[in-house]
Design a binder for this molecule. Structure first.
Ligand code: ADP
Ligand code: MG
Length: 151
């Protein structure tokens, strides 16, 4: 899997900018699955807004997803924002049809990925940690540092 990248962000907009950078990377690759880990308030949704913006999706269209478990955006490639926060049992997840999105050739970005029953192949893993009110640590695994530096 290679090394991990560790980035400190000092504001929501810095986290969004980082997400945008990952979004550009995904766009260049044309497909991919991103698994997001981190507590409530860690900044996962802020990060997803940045990723989505690389596909032309407006941040306001990315829900905090507390009402929607999976949202599909008809971009090219298609973009899926999945938030498993409200899903309680593993079995429920497999009944949501999200496996049709993951690895479908589109981009799938998944919050609360620890609730997945299995880790999709070739996933990019993003772990977000609360440091203080305005500071977050973001660890990204599954990307070559060299590719990343060119983004
Ligand atoms: P999650 O989806 O992980 O539950 P959200 O992205 O919905 O978290 O919320 C993160 C909250 O933390 C927002 O209110 C945001 O303004 C705040 N915040 C403060 N500093 C940062 C930072 N550096 N990065 C991301 N969010 C931050
Ligand atoms: Mg969220």
């Amino acid at each position: 899997m290679g090394h991990e990248l560790r980035i400190i962000t000092n504001s929501p907009s810095e986290t969004e900018e980082l997400g945008f950078k990952l979004g550009r990377f995904l766009k260049a690759n044309g497909k991919g699955t991103v698994l997001l880990y981190g507590d409530l308030g860690a900044g996962k949704t802020v990060f997803v807004k940045g990723v989505a913006s690389a596909f032309g999706i407006a941040g306001r269209d990315i829900g905090s997803a507390s009402f929607v478990i999976a949202a599909e955006y008809e971009t090219s490639p298609p973009f899926y924002h999945i938030d498993l926060y409200r899903v309680e049992r593993e079995g429920d997840i497999d009944n949501l049809g999200i496996w049709e999105y993951i690895g479908s050739g589109g981009i799938a970005v998944i919050e609360w990925a620890e609730r997945l029953s299995e880790i999709p192949e070739d996933s990019i893993i993003v772990k977000m940690n609360f440091m203080d009110d305005s500071t977050r640590e973001v660890i990204i695994e599954g990307i070559d540092e060299e590719n990343w530096d060119h983004m």
